[in-house]
Design a protein around this ligand. Structure first.
Ligand SMILES: Cc1cc2nc3c(=O)[nH]c(=O)nc-3n(C[C@H](O)[C@H](O)[C@H](O)COP(=O)(O)O)c2cc1C
Length: 263
């Protein structure tokens, strides 16, 4: 009887060890997917719960068409509602990955790994909720933790997207100007007829605009020496940031009025 019990205990122990091994291998694989291929510019796309998250597959595809660019996505839970992961040909990280990856001291902390990995972070779309959180330093999910831990010598671009009424609320201008003061670069929203039927400012910048801004950073830096050149690119683009008027409305040379029916 005792022998049987001890056999069973050692089988359990073996099973536990095998499960732990599998878990470590899984984590290692996850970790490897954040490899840093020399000569490749690493872009992290953040996506939040705006209807403009519909455009995530197009944005990622267009970025992947740029030569020497690697892309990963970090998503909020609400953003998942607007796209299908099957349409996004790169690894998408979300809150569950952060918590599943860490069980012991030696495990990687995903938001820190992502901030180490990424040479540029673009949040497209940035919805009103996450905008408010970031501007106040709140970090209650994977995406906002990456922002909170971000190395501000590297470019962080944000593309606001929200209903016109939300955009016109005075708190929005306060939040946006805070982000600019942190050194982040705004890719301004545009005016168009929104999915909800309202017309006016608040739609996310066109994907082509976002990609062309990111391209400017590629041209400005050598991928093998990201830190120095990121800083240069960042400083250069700080001189191109947009300005708030006293009414809180923002202007930008790329702003246009569009009539198409997307977010
Ligand atoms: C259909 C739908 C569309 C939405 N579109 C927007 C939007 O364009 N901009 C925005 O700021 N919020 C929008 N919201 C509200 C956000 O999804 C909501 O504030 C959510 O809490 C955001 O969570 P997150 O910032 O964690 O992604 C929308 C909600 C729904 C149901």
């Amino acid at each position: 009887m005792q022998t049987h019990e001890s056999d069973s205990a050692s089988t359990n122990s073996l099973e536990r060890k095998s499960l732990e091994q599998k878990s470590l291998e899984q984590k290692s694989l996850e970790h490897q997917s954040l490899d840093q291929t020399p000569g490749v510019f690493r872009v992290l796309v953040g996506v939040t719960g705006s209807v403009a998250a519909l455009k995530l597959p197009v944005l990622v595809s267009e970025l992947l068409q740029l030569s020497g660019v690697d892309v990963r996505v970090v998503t909020t839970e609400h953003a998942k509602h607007f796209y299908s992961a099957a349409d996004v040909p790169v690894r998408i990280y979300s809150d569950s990955d952060e918590w599943e990856m860490w069980t012991r001291r030696s495990d990687p902390v995903l938001h820190i790994e992502l901030r180490r990995w990424a040479q540029l972070f673009v949040i497209a779309p940035l919805d009103a909720n996450t905008l408010a959180k970031i501007s106040n330093g709140i970090c209650d999910n994977l995406l906002t933790c990456v922002v909170r831990a971000w190395d501000t010598s590297r470019p962080l671009l944000f593309c606001p997207a929200m209903n016109t009424a939300m955009w016109s609320h005075p708190v929005t201008a306060e939040h946006v100007s805070r982000l600019r003061a942190f050194g982040y670069r705004e890719i301004p929203c545009i005016s168009k007829k929104l999915v909800c039927g309202d017309e006016g400012k608040g739609a996310m910048a066109e994907v082509s605009t976002i990609v062309s801004v990111i391209k400017q950073y590629l041209h400005l830096q050598e991928p093998d020496h990201p830190r120095t050149h990121d800083s240069d690119a960042h400083m250069t683009h700080m001189t191109h940031t947009t300005h708030s008027t006293h009414t809180g409305h923002r202007t930008h040379p790329e702003s246009t009025v569009k009539q198409d029916q997307d977010g």
